[in-house]
Design a protein. Sequence first.
Length: 282
Amino acid sequence: MHNSLYLSMNLPCTLFETVSRFDDNSADDMRYGDMGEHDLLALGLNDISAKVDPWRLIRYDFPHPRYVDGMFGVSTPGRKISHDECVDILFNEMKELSHEFSFWGEYKSLIGELIDHFRYGNGSAFYSQQLNSAFHERINEYSLDSPLSIIKTSIKKNFDPNPNSEYHSPLLLDIKIKLFKSTLSKFNSREDRINGLGISIHDIAAQKITLFRLEKYAIGWEGTVDFKAQDHFGLDITDIKNKFYNKFRFFRIWFFLQHHKDFAFKPFFTNFDSVERINSYL
């Protein structure tokens, strides 16, 4: 058993926290059932589905000619369906369209789980060990300006047995200052555009980094850092007005299902975290 010394600092200590709050139900992308037909059409959302007219509850007899994002404007014959049938069709279509962004890798099924939770979860928070694993991998990708690298480097320098004569800020303050210039871990790489992570985690709304434990030994040190993150599985008006998102039927269906007053499926918080054990020994 190592002979260790618990450092005299107040732990746990929050090293970094985004301005955006966790569990912010007042965020625009957490609204639902707040629009009628006029509001949605005013946003240009007249072409929602290639399989059903959700305004009139009519299922097309054959695939809608406007399936290439509004390229054609031909009316299509169909049959009247119930509201529940329309919901089934829209969610199935949303899942099919998600494959455009999620067709490779171990996380490709994640978006399907999130779509199911959007439908059946009634706004409850979503947790996934698979997502925690993906976050752990992203945190540990080496980069000089990544939070984990900054934390390790700062502690190592602070415990350097041969420091130079320069003034050093107190350790925790030094880490906090440097983390403001760090690049937070996100799922926005090129690979994430096709592996299911980019579409599943639209953006990371809030992050928090906490140092829980730090012990110094005669031969080195070790510690524990907790990374918490939260995304909103919801879209707001800014999202749907974005030219990139608006051109994809996937996002138009998502926005419709969330915001139309007669559908009003609840957005939710996606929570994920990773506990990192850090150390350095002589």
